[in-house]
Structure formats: structure tokens, C-alpha cells
Design a protein around this ligand. Sequence first.
Ligand code: NAP
Length: 306
Amino acid sequence: MEQNIFDTVILGGGPAGYTAALYAARANFSVLLLEKLSPGGQMATTDVIDNYPGFPEGVNGFDLAMQMKQGAERFGAKTKLAEVVEARLSGEIKQIRTKEETYSARTVVLATGARPRELGVPGERELRGRGVSYCATCDGMFYRGKTAAVVGGGNTAAADALYLSRICEKVYLIHRRDTLRAQKAYLDPLKRAENVELVWNSQVEALLYQDTLTGLRIREKLSGEEREISCSGLFVAVGYLPETELFRDQLELSEAGYVKADETTRTSLPGVYAVGDLREKPLRQVITAAADGAVAVHFMEEYLNS
Ligand code: NAP
């Protein structure tokens, strides 16, 4: 496999990457998908996805990821679990290097997504795994029957707070403003959850800990008042940063670091497509990521046949 020139190498196995793999393999192109950890990306860390059509009861993110992988592999796409350390994207034949191998490809699909943004309070990195987490569905069970806090006001924070409310005795949802930016679908369930306390206009000033997290010092921004709350888990959900380090010097990026590509997913380099959360776009959802993957292959076909 390593000696071939692939029609396409796809970097990242989230919904965008696996949809591109499905469409490309089904169009009879040779497809290699490289994934660092395990299929699914952020989607795999989501407990229930309610807004991906075709699943009237919702679907677990990890299960959906495995189904997307199987769907692509049914048509011959290959997955390799390997971390990409270098991507040379210019020229007709592109080179993708992992720690073990170098792969050649006529086209490359960038689907590396985004990683959670840190809150930036002292001790946050040291306490990762000892009270601080960036994934409620991965780590929530460690706080069963305990008190946890979620910071953020977007869909992730709202979904995390709801998920944790079913596991933890008490959940604080701490947001720096007085309205959530999360979709309305989350608001009523959050208000109804008796063990969720919404803490508005507040920010985390300090992490309190001995060996593990014991609480937070938070400051109410309007009054300036500070108070301490006890909790053994802090779930940071303050957005994501695009994973573009490997190719940021080769492609046009937006000010925030997202890859510039319009609805065609074509980037500033011929034969290179940006799909999913790393693309500059107005709505980042599983369905828009999947749609990007399909669109990329439409334009890839044009490129490969020309
Ligand atoms: P997001 O929408 O960017 O929201 C980040 C939140 O963190 C905002 O409320 C922001 O506050 C707050 N924040 C940012 N920096 C902060 C800081 N330093 N201190 C305190 N708070 C800070 O991120 P997200 O919720 O992770 O969502 C990311 C993308 O995934 C979105 O496109 C979202 O729609 C999508 N997503 C969708 C679903 C779903 O549809 N079910 C679920 C999860 C994620 P401000 O509001 O004041 O800016």
C-alpha cells in the first residue's frame, strides 16, 4: 500500500473525512484516510446527536463514527491510525509523512478539525486528568454522584451540562455573559434540570486544588464579587481552535486560523480541499462537515479527470 500514489489521502477521520472517503472510494478512487487517534473526532465525544437526520431517537457520536468508517471501507477506503508529522501540499504529487511512512497523493483532503481551547487559568494544564477535562462524555463518569462545573455558553457547554446533570449530584454552568449562545433546543431542558445552577456574568479566577481539583474561585463581573464553589470536576467548553499547524504556511488562512475555502471546499492550492470544522464557515455541525466531504469529492473528480 505504501508504494502507491493514492488518488486522495484524507487527513482526519471525523464526519467530514469519512464522508469524503465514502464518496471518493465509491467513485472508484484509491483512498487512504489517516487518523491520529480513533475515528469520529469531536463527534465521537458526543453522547447523543439529535440533529443528524435519519435517527429519530438520536444517535451516539461514537456509534455514528464507526458506521461512517464502515460505510467508507465498504467501498475500499483504507484507514491507517497514524499521526501526520509533515504535509507537503504543493505540486501535482503531494507528500504526506507520518512517523513511520511517507505517502504520495494526487489530491489531499484536510479534515483535521479543531481541538478544545484552554481556559487559560493557572494550574489548568497540571490538573488535566486530575479534575480538569475537555470532554464530558469521555470523563463524566469519574464524577458520578459528585459536583462538577462547566464553563462556556455555546452548544458544547450546554450539552455537557445536560449530560453531566444525569450523572452528577450537582452541576454549575458558568458563563461570562447573561445569555447562552447555545441553540434554543438546549435551554428548556437546562432550565428544567433541577440540579443545574446557571452562574451568569462570571468567570473562573482560580482553580482550587490539593492533589486534585477541589473547587473554583469565580468572580461576578458586574459586582466584582468573588466566591468559592466546591467541585471535583471542571469541564472546559469554551470553543475550539482549528488544527492547522501542519499546513498553516502553505495555505491561505483566516485571521482566526481557519482554512480559507468557499463552498467548493477548494483551498488556495490546486488539489487540496478543506472540509469540516477547520474550514472557515458559518455553521459547524456534523451535517455540514459531512456535506463538505461530499462536495470536496465532486470537485476532486473534476480535478483528477482534467
Ligand atoms: P462556541 O460556540 O465557540 O462557544 C464558546 C463559548 O465559550 C462561548 O459561549 C464563549 O463566550 C465562551 N468562551 C470563549 N472563550 C472563553 C473564555 N476565555 N472564558 C470563558 N468563556 C469563554 O464553541 P462550542 O460550544 O464548543 O461549539 C463549537 C462548534 O460546535 C459550534 O459551531 C457549535 O454549534 C458546534 N456544536 C454543535 C452542537 C450541536 O448542534 N448539538 C453541539 C456541540 C458543538 P461568548 O458567548 O461570550 O462568546
